[in-house]
Design a protein around this ligand. Structure first.
Ligand code: SF4
Length: 63
């Protein structure tokens, strides 16, 4: 289940890294970095939470 971030849409709000620190980090400019592009089943809930919380709609969890 690929976890995808659109770094051109990311506004560096950091919600994703707060709710799923195993899955996301931010670079020096605050732009999202995906740490785990294929989350384990036990990480999916956190991934979905991050997708839902991102104010820029920059995250996607594909089926
Ligand atoms: S929550 Fe969205 S806007 Fe904020 S850092 Fe993560 S991807 Fe970027």
């Amino acid at each position: 289940m690929p976890l995808i971030a659109d770094t051109t849409a990311c506004v560096g709000a950091g919600q994703c890294a707060l709710v799923a620190e195993d899955l996301f980090d931010q670079d020096d400019d605050g732009i999202v970095e995906v740490l785990e592009r294929d989350p384990a089943p036990e990480q999916e809930a956190d991934a979905r939470r991050a997708v839902a919380l991102c104010p820029a709609h920059a995250l996607r969890l594909d089926p």
